[in-house]
Design a protein around this ligand. Structure first.
Ligand code: CA
Length: 224
């Protein structure tokens, strides 16, 4: 899952980035509204976190409006130091999906992000399921049949992305855009390597089960 953070307070932005990266998210951080909009329009984000008061041509509310106008559909979580009802209403009207008042705990932020990721088109329940493979984003557990599977953070992010796109062809570019951030220099070969790691954990140890991760030569991969 890839997240954009637009927050001008550098310390807060860094803390959010570090915390979310430890949770396995790919995170891009920018500090002003104009750069924020160019990122929000150019890349595939799964969640966008916007500070309400930002330097630049517009504030967080304006940025949310512009991003929506440009076709960005990712859920938006607005951060603000103010918590008045009027602010909240204008924030939500601008296209933000949720609102978090500063200061907030990191656990609260993660819980809100997970709630936003659970909305359609993700799944109806918290668990992602494909055949006898289950991934629970709330506690980072992966189980095949009755066997727990230990994954690295990147493997988990990759599987999470596949499981939100069961039955659909996913290209290497799509994977790079959702699983790694802008600063990562990722080559298509790296994706192949990680898909190999994942296959060695979710499919190969289960020869009697359906082999779920299929390669579509020249296109990408399909889970399911
Ligand atoms: Ca600010």
């Amino acid at each position: 899952m890839r997240i954009l953070v637009v927050e001008d307070e550098v310390k807060i932005a860094r803390a959010i980035q570090r915390g979310l990266e430890l949770k396995g998210y790919a995170v891009d951080v920018v500090h002003d509204a104009d750069t924020g909009l160019s990122y929000a329009v150019d890349a595939d984000y799964d969640v966008i976190i916007l500070d309400r008061m930002l330097p630049g041509s517009f504030d967080g509310v304006g940025l949310a409006e512009q991003a929506r106008k440009a076709g960005q559909k990712a859920p938006i979580l607005m951060l603000t130091a103010r918590g008045s009802v009027a602010d909240k209403v204008s924030g939500l009207n601008s296209g933000a999906d949720d609102y978090l008042v500063k200061p907030f705990s990191f656990q609260e932020l993660v819980a809100r992000i997970q709630a936003l990721l659970r909305r359609p088109p993700a799944t109806s329940g918290p668990k992602l399921i494909c055949d006898d493979l289950e991934l629970d984003p709330s506690n980072y557990q992966v189980i095949r049949g009755n066997t727990p599977i230990a994954l690295s953070q990147k493997e988990f992010s990759l599987l999470d992305y596949f499981m939100r796109n069961v039955g659909r062809v996913v290209t290497k570019d799509m994977i790079i855009n959702h699983v790694w951030n802008e600063d990562s220099l990722i080559l298509p070969n790296t994706v192949e390597v990680y898909v190999g790691y994942l296959r060695a954990k979710i499919d190969r140890p289960f020869p009697k089960s359906k082999q779920l991760l299929q390669t579509k030569r020249g296109f990408g991969y399909v889970l399911g």
